[in-house]
Design a protein around this ligand. Structure first.
Ligand code: HEM
Length: 407
């Protein structure tokens, strides 16, 4: 589309150099100032990274892209660079998309998810009890991640012993597309494991989990192929593994630095549902997602040629000052809260109810167990980045409710 490319608006002065890169450490560690300035001055910007894509940062533009599936397609991939395997239901457009969603929806509906609350609470308590030294532990690796991942994997239907392997594969693959020998080997192992799990479960009596729903799933009145089953299981596994824990860690870091909010949650526990929504907005563990223009179009005055990739800045949209009052603060009772932490439109997260319950239970149990907690070294905070963004390391000290801190 050369003529259209020529009409690409020149960048405002000061923006000539920026090649937006969601994996760049500056954006991973400290994105908000850049996002704020992009929203104000250059809301749709082209980047030459990864073969080229547009980055859009305003709430209204992000929402427009995600909700208009005729103009923006998911079929050219939702990750930049694209994973070397198709994701279902993420990388199909409506109406076919609905058929795949129908397979997952019943197992992740609110009333079904609610039934898991009892064992989730026990699991959270077990992980809190395992914190050997409350004077010095890592909030992410000792609590948020192991708890949140086990919640998700159990609801999906994996065996507990699968966790370490899945964690390793998804962690490496989520960090970036790997086309080196090691990356190909890891993908093959991961896919082999998904296939073996699905084949084994097809020969066993059905259970009330997601793997059974996938194994028995149908599209257009026919059974799913093994490839389709693998793709559905793949995206559900990815979706659940690195999100809930990231919200919990971000929330607890906020609460560590804001004792007044912690005290308020103790005083007014009924605020928890709005607080969880707000933490998801504030943290936005999936700050980037991708679509492609299905036809020549114009986004916020910027011409986008057909087939060009468009990255939506969910993290930026969730801090858009034209939509949210005090966007960079956590407002525990923010209502309404039209955040897009779970996306928007037909691909809005199918696991949102599980994610919210996982965060709520995880936070409630932590707040009940510790009367006080603090981050001991802010220098040591580390994030992972890309489409997902979340804390990996948070050194913490906490005071147990019934006992003194430390050994
Ligand atoms: C707080 C936790 C979570 C957050 C913030 C989150 C965020 C998101 C976002 C932003 C999307 C939209 C992607 C797009 O538009 O392309 C999405 C989709 C998805 N999520 Fe989640 N997610 C969470 C938890 C989960 C859990 C627990 C699961 C599964 C067990 C899950 C499975 C999925 C799947 C399968 C999709 C694709 C949906 C579709 O394309 O129709 N997510 N998630």
């Amino acid at each position: 589309m050369p003529e259209m490319l020529e009409t690409r608006p020149t960048r405002p002065s000061g923006w000539e150099q920026l090649q937006y890169d969601h994996r760049d450490s500056r954006i991973v560690v400290s994105p908000h100032d850049l996002w704020r300035r992009l929203r104000a001055q250059c809301p749709v910007i082209h980047s030459e990274r990864y073969g080229g894509f547009w980055f859009t940062s305003r709430y209204d533009d992000v929402k427009a892209v995600l909700t208009d599936c005729e103009t923006y397609t998911a079929t050219l991939g939702v990750n930049i660079p694209r994973q070397n395997m198709t994701l279902l239901p993420g990388e199909v457009d409506p109406p076919l998309h609905r058929e795949y969603r129908r397979i997952l929806n019943p197992r992740l509906a609110p009333q079904v998810v609610k039934q898991h609350e009892g064992w989730m609470r026990e699991l959270a308590r077990e992980w809190i009890e395992q914190i050997a030294n409350p004077d010095q532990f890592d909030l992410c690796t000792d609590y948020c991640e192991p708890y949140a991942k086990r919640v998700s994997l159990r609801v999906i239907g994996y065996e507990p012993e699968d966790l370490d392997k899945l964690d390793h594969w998804t962690g490496v693959l989520a960090a970036g597309v790997r086309d080196d020998e090691e990356g190909i080997r890891l993908s093959m192992e991961f896919f082999g494991h998904l296939a073996a799990t699905l084949q084994r479960r097809a020969s066993e009596p059905p259970r009330d989990d997601i793997i059974s729903a996938i194994v028995d799933g149908e599209v257009d009145g026919r059974p799913l192929s093994l490839d389709e089953q693998q793709s559905l299981l793949l995206q559900t596994t990815f979706g659940g593994l690195h999100t809930t824990g990231a919200v919990m860690a971000g929330s607890l870091v906020w609460l560590a630095g804001h004792p007044e909010d912690r005290a308020r949650l103790h005083r007014e526990p009924m605020l928890m549902p709005t607080a969880v929504e707000e933490f998801i907005r504030y943290v936005t563990p999936v700050p980037h997602m991708n679509r492609a223009a299905a036809k020549d179009t114009v986004l916020d005055g910027c011409p986008i040629p057909k087939d060009d990739l468009v990255m939506v800045g969910l993290g930026s949209a969730n801090h858009d000052e034209t939509i949210f009052d005090k966007p960079d603060e956590v407002v525990l009772d923010r209502f309404p809260n039209r955040h897009m932490g779970f996306g928007a439109g037909p691909h809005r997260c199918v696991g949102s109810h599980l994610g919210k319950l996982g965060v709520r239970v995880g936070l409630e149990e932590f707040l009940a167990a510790f009367s006080d907690f603090e981050v001991t070294d802010y220098y040591a905070l580390r994030y992972n980045g890309g489409e997902g963004r979340g804390l990996l390391t948070v050194p913490m000290r906490a005071t147990p409710v019934n006992g003194s801190s430390g050994q």
